[in-house]
Design a protein around this ligand. Structure first.
Ligand code: WT7
Length: 646
C-alpha cells in the first residue's frame, strides 16, 4: 500500500501482521548501549566462558565482552548439531549452471561440521595453528565457507581475497598479513566458462612472498600447474584425515582474538587491513542478521554477495550460520544460464529473504520484469539492499516484481570497517521510504556534521559520523595505528568518520549520499582512484594518470582514467584497450576503467597540482567554469573531445 504526497515521495508503513511477529521490538531502541548488546550477546552466542565487562571503550579502540571465551565455528556449526539440528540444511548449493544442475546439492549442519573438521585437520597437518594467518582466494563454492570456518575452528585468522582480484593483489595482502598457507581452487567457473584461479595466484607470487604452501580445491578438475613441495590438492591433503568432531575440538578464543583481516581500499596508499575480532563481531552479525532480516527457524535465506567482500563474511558465512539458518549459496552470475536463473532459485527453494545490491537489481530491471513474473516468488517475505545508495526506481521495481508488491526492503548501510549493518529500517517497525537507509540500528548513534564539527539539522548535507562504539567495529588497521587514527578519528576527535555524505530528511530519516573521498563505488565494490592510478603508471608507456568517477545508470559509478603518455606518443584505441586490460590484470576486472582518455598532460595548476574537480566535471560531461588557472588550458579541450558520457 503506497501513500503518495510526502515530500520525499512514496512511503510504505509496516504491515501490522508483521509488526506483531517481528523479531525486532521498538523498545530495543530505548535500551542503553551496553544493556542492549549484553542482552543480545547472552541470548544469541554460546560462550565457553562468560565475559566480565560488556564494553571497554578507550577511543578510538573498543574492546567488547572482555574476558569472554568463545569460538565462531562452534557458534556457526557445532552447537546446532549438538542442539539436534544436524539434519537441517545449512546450505543449498547452487552451482554455476543453475539449480537444475546435477551438481546442485544440499549440505546439512551435520555434514558441514564433518567437512569443516576435515578441513581443519588438513590445515593442522600443514602446521597451521592458533594465531597463524591463512589466505583464502576462492569463488563462491561451499569449500570457501568451509575453509573460513575451519580457520575459525582452530583459531587461525583468515584473510579472504576476492576471487576476481589479481594474483598480485592476493600476494600483497597475504604477505602483509604474513600468511604461510593459501587456499585456492583449480579454476573458477562463472557464466559457463572456466577461468584461471590457481594460476592467477601463482603468477602473482612475489620474490618475498610469505606463502609457503598452496592448498588447491578441485572445482573443474582442469589441468593447473602444481609446484612440487609447495602445492597440494586438498583431496590428497585430507585423504587419510579424520572428520569426527572429537578429532578437532573448537579452540577457545578470547573475545578480542583476531577472527579475520579483510583488506579494503582507502583513498590513498595500499589497501588497508581491517581488523575484526571474535566476540563483538559475532554478536554484531548474529544480532543484525536476526533483527534486520527477521529470520525464523523456517526461513530460507539468500545473500547474493561474494565471500570476498565483507557482506559475504558477515551475511553469507557468520551471521546466517550462527543463526542456524538454511541459506542458498550460489556460484554463478545473474543472467546465466538464463536471465531468470535467480527467480528459478527463489521458486525452487522457497527463498524467504533475498539480500542483494542495487547494481544487481538494476541489471534485472534492464532485462525486464517478465523473467521475475514467469516464476512463483510468493515465498519472499523480506528484501535487502546493500553496497551503494539505491535509486527509488530500482527500489520500487524490487518491491513490485520481486517482493510481490508488499515485501519490505531493508536498505542497509554499513562498511567493511563497521563489520555489520548500522543504519537500516527494521521489519514491522519502520515506515519505508524508497532510497533511504533511514534509521540507526539499536545502540547506534549517528550524527551529520559540517567540516567544522557542528551537528547539522534537517535537510543539511554533511558528513556521517558515529558517536558511540558498536560490537563489530574494526579494532584498527593491521599494524598501522597511525593510519587508523588519521583516516577515521582525526577529522573529528570524538567520533568515527565514515567517509560518506548524508543528510536528514524532513522527518529525520537518514539519506546516504555517496563517498566524500577518492573512493569510488562501482557495482557496490569499493575501488580507490589511487590504486587504479598506481596500476596505470606502472605501465611503461604511461607518464601520468589520474582517475575520476562518473555516474553510471547501471553500476552506480564508472571509472574514467585520464592518461598522459611518455614521449610524443599520442595514443590510439588499441593502447586504450591495452591499458584498460593492464589495470584488470594488476588489480582485477572490476577496476578496469570504463573509459580512458589521453592528453599530452593532465590539467594542473601553476603549483603543479592536478585539478581533480575538473577531471570529475569532464568525466561527467559537465560545464567546466573557469580554467584560466591551468598551466595549459588546451588539455581540457583535448580531453573533453574524447569523453562520451552515457
Ligand atoms: C561503502 C562501504 C556494506 C557492505 C558492502 C560494501 C557504501 C554501503 C550502502 C547503502 C548507501 C552504501 C558507502 C560505504 N554503501 N551500503 N545502503 N546506501 N551507500 O562495503 O566495500 O566497505 O563499502 O559502501 O559509501 O561507505 P564497503
Amino acid at each position: 500500500m503506497s501513500e503518495q504526497g510526502s515530500s520525499q515521495g512514496n512511503q510504505y508503513p509496516p504491515d501490522p501482521e508483521l509488526s506483531k511477529t517481528a523479531n525486532a521490538r521498538p523498545e530495543m531502541k530505548e535500551q542503553g548501549l551496553e544493556e542492549f548488546w549484553d542482552e543480545q550477546a547472552k541470548q544469541r552466542i554460546d560462550w565457553f566462558e562468560p565475559y566480565e565487562t560488556v564494553l571497554d571503550w578507550q577511543l578510538p579502540y573498543a574492546k567488547w565482552f572482555v574476558g569472554g571465551k568463545l569460538n565462531a565455528c562452534y557458534n556457526c556449526v557445532d552447537r546446532h548439531v549438538e542442539g539436534g539440528k544436524g539434519d537441517k540444511v545449512a546450505l543449498h548449493v547452487v552451482p554455476d549452471d543453475g539449480s537444475d544442475s546435477a551438481d546442485a546439492h544440499d549440505i546439512t549442519y551435520a555434514q558441514l561440521q564433518r567437512q569443516v573438521v576435515k578441513f581443519a585437520n588438513g590445515l593442522k597437518k600443514l602446521g597451521v595453528g592458533k594465531g597463524d594467518a591463512v589466505g583464502i582466494y576462492m569463488q563462491m563454492i561451499p569449500d570457501a565457507v568451509v575453509a573460513m570456518l575451519a580457520c575459525a575452528r582452530i583459531g587461525a585468522p583468515h584473510t579472504v581475497v576476492f576471487g576476481g582480484f589479481s594474483g598480485k593483489a592476493v600476494d600483497e595482502r597475504c604477505t602483509d598479513f604474513g600468511a604461510k598457507v593459501l587456499i585456492t581452487q583449480d579454476e573458477a567457473l562463472r557464466g559457463g566458462k572456466a577461468g584461471a584461479q590457481k594460476k592467477n595466484a601463482d603468477d602473482g607470487l612475489s620474490a618475498d612472498t610469505t606463502i609457503e604452501k598452496i592448498v588447491v580445491v578441485k572445482r573443474t578438475g582442469g589441468d593447473v600447474p602444481m609446484t612440487d613441495g609447495r602445492d597440494v590438492y586438498y583431496d590428497d591433503l585430507v585423504a587419510d584425515l579424520d572428520d569426527d568432531p572429537s578429532s578437532c575440538p573448537c579452540e577457545p578464543m578470547d573475545a578480542e582474538d583476531l577472527l579475520f583481516l579483510l583488506y579494503t581500499s582507502g583513498s590513498t596508499g595500499k589497501p588497508k587491513g581491517v581488523v575484526h575480532t571474535t566476540g563483538g563481531y559475532l554478536t554484531g552479525v548474529t544480532t543484525t542478521t536476526n533483527l534486520v532480516f527477521d529470520v525464523k527457524d523456517d526461513s530460507v535465506y539468500w545473500c547474493a554477495a561474494d565471500i570476498g567482500w565483507i557482506t559475504g563474511h558477515s551475511y553469507i558465512t557468520y551471521g546466517p550460520l550462527a543463526n542456524g539458518l538454511t541459506s542458498v549459496l550460489y556460484e554463478g552470475v545473474p543472467g546465466y544460464p538464463d536471465k531468470d536463473v535467480w527467480w528459478k532459485i527463489i521458486e525452487k527453494y522457497g527463498v524467504t529473504i533475498l539480500y542483494t545490491s542495487p547494481t544487481a537489481i538494476r541489471s534485472h530491471m534492464k532485462w525486464g520484469e517478465q523473467y521475475a513474473q514467469s516464476r512463483d516468488l510468493s515465498s519472499i517475505k523480506i528484501l535487502g539492499s546493500v553496497g551503494e545508495p539505491i535509486n527509488p526506481e530500482a527500489w520500487e521495481w524490487y518491491r513490485k516484481y520481486v517482493g510481490g508488491g508488499s515485501a519490505p526492503i531493508m536498505d542497509t548501510w554499513w562498511q567493511t570497517e563497521t563489520g555489520h549493518i548500522l543504519i537500516t529500517p527494521l521489519p514491522g517497525i519502520t515506515t519505508l521510504k524508497p532510497g533511504m537507509a533511514q534509521q540507526p540500528f539499536p545502540g547506534v548513534k549517528p550524527e551529520i556534521r559540517d567540516d567544522e564539527g557542528n551537528a547539522l539539522g534537517l535537510n543539511q548535507p554533511g558528513n556521517l559520523v558515529l558517536t558511540q562504539p558498536w560490537p563489530g567495529m574494526m579494532r584498527g588497521l593491521y599494524k598501522d595505528d597511525e593510519r587508523y587514527r588519521d583516516t577515521y578519528w582525526s577529522k573529528y576527535s570524538d567520533a568515527y568518520f565514515a567517509g560518506d555524505g548524508a543528510k536528514y530528511d524532513d522527518d529525520g530519516d537518514i539519506m546516504l549520499m555517496g563517498r566524500i573521498d577518492d573512493v569510488t563505488n562501482v557495482s557496490g565494490h569499493r575501488i580507490s582512484t589511487f590504486e587504479v592510478e598506481s596500476a596505470l603508471v606502472e605501465h611503461e608507456l604511461v607518464a601520468e594518470a589520474a582517475v575520476a568517477a562518473r555516474r553510471d545508470p547501471d553500476t552506480g559509478q564508472a571509472i574514467v582514467a585520464f592518461v598522459s603518455l611518455v614521449g610524443e606518443n599520442q595514443g590510439d584505441d588499441e593502447l586504450k584497450q591495452t591499458l584498460r586490460e593492464h589495470v584488470a590484470t594488476q588489480i582485477g576486472k572490476l577496476a578496469r576503467p570504463a573509459e580512458l582518455i589521453f592528453a599530452h598532460d593532465l590539467p594542473k595548476t601553476r603549483s603543479g597540482k592536478i585539478m581533480r574537480r575538473l577531471l570529475k566535471n569532464i568525466a561527467e560531461g559537465e560545464e567546466l567554469g573557469d580554467t584560466t588557472t591551468l598551466v595549459d588550458p588546451s588539455v581540457v579541450e583535448v580531453m573533453q573531445k574524447q569523453v562520451n558520457p552515457t
